[in-house]
Design a protein around this ligand. Structure first.
Ligand SMILES: Nc1ncnc2c1ncn2[C@@H]1O[C@H](COP(=O)(O)OP(=O)(O)O)[C@@H](O)[C@H]1O
Ligand SMILES: [Mg+2]
Length: 253
């Protein structure tokens, strides 16, 4: 085991690419935001993470992305080296064309060709030479997905990636993300505050509460996951209740 800044221990030997977090503690200010958190994600598994605002979802994601070296804490964390992160804002470089944004930092003789393929996969074929400013928010987020997936990550971390998009665009992005994940099979940790998004996409839904995973439920609904099925409604109510949202008859009308 090697100890890294941020107090994390990580195994020296290569792992089987399973994400394994054991007794993770992250302290910000004088609070343990994460407090003995345990979580595993198998290769290719899609986990959605719900939790109230401020519960520590982004803190967990940053620990997994190893972006929190200045955070005090302890615990063990095994994760693949090839990790990509998607944030709520696409974070494209405005002075670079789309294809250049996608292949930024990518090496190898076929980098440009892979970038083209990735752009085509997210439905932006022919837009390689466009500037980010010419794109809608949804299109920019597609580029951000292409930039992540062109690296063929074994772990994709996404922090409320569709939170700023309108409802229709968000549904289209769900379909796209599901297809991309079926094709590339990364393990995924998707942070979202949207219970329906979690159920629509994930193999498992976890809820973060008081620094730990309080609930971890496999989603065993047949595809397509219909909103009007009793099993869907039951899972949705269970998760909402856990998040502290009690629905009244008026909400359900
Ligand atoms: N640098 C910091 N110093 C002190 N507290 C922080 C700092 N950064 C975040 N926090 C607090 O940590 C908690 C968890 O934040 P975060 O992981 O961003 O939550 P979430 O993503 O679930 O909304 C919040 O209460 C936030 O106010
Ligand atoms: Mg957050």
């Amino acid at each position: 085991m090697a100890t890294h800044p941020g107090g994390l221990k990580t195994p020296e030997a290569p792992t089987d690419n399973t994400v394994r977090i054991e007794h993770l503690v992250r302290t910000l200010g004088d609070r343990n935001i994460l407090d003995g958190l345990e979580l595993s994600i198998a290769p290719g598994e899609f986990v959605a993470l719900l939790g109230r605002s401020g519960s520590g979802k982004s803190t967990l994601l940053r620990a997994l992305a190893r972006l929190d070296h200045d955070v005090a804490g302890s615990g063990e964390l095994a994760a693949p080296d090839d990790v990509s992160v998607v944030f709520q804002d696409a974070r494209l470089l405005p002075w670079k064309r789309l294809l250049d944004n996608v292949v930024l930092g990518l090496s190898g003789p076929d980098a440009v060709e892979r970038g083209r393929t990735a752009l085509a996969e997210v439905g932006l074929e022919g837009r390689e030479r466009a500037w980010p400013v010419e794109l809608s928010g949804g299109e920019q987020q597609r580029v951000s997905l292409a930039r992540s997936l062109v690296r063929e990550p074994r772990l994709l971390l996404a922090d409320e990636p569709f939170g700023a998009l309108d409802a229709l665009t968000r549904i289209r992005m769900h379909t796209l993300l599901r297809k991309l994940c079926e094709r590339h099979r990364p393990a995924v940790l998707l942070v979202t505050h949207d219970v329906d998004e979690a159920i629509a996409l994930a193999d498992r839904v976890a809820v973060l509460e008081e620094g730990r995973i309080a609930v971890d439920i496999p989603v065993e609904l047949p595809a397509p996951r219909r909103h009007d099925s009793p099993a869907y409604a039951e899972l949705r109510d269970r998760l909402l209740a856990r998040l502290g949202v009690e629905l009244t008859q008026e909400d359900l009308r």
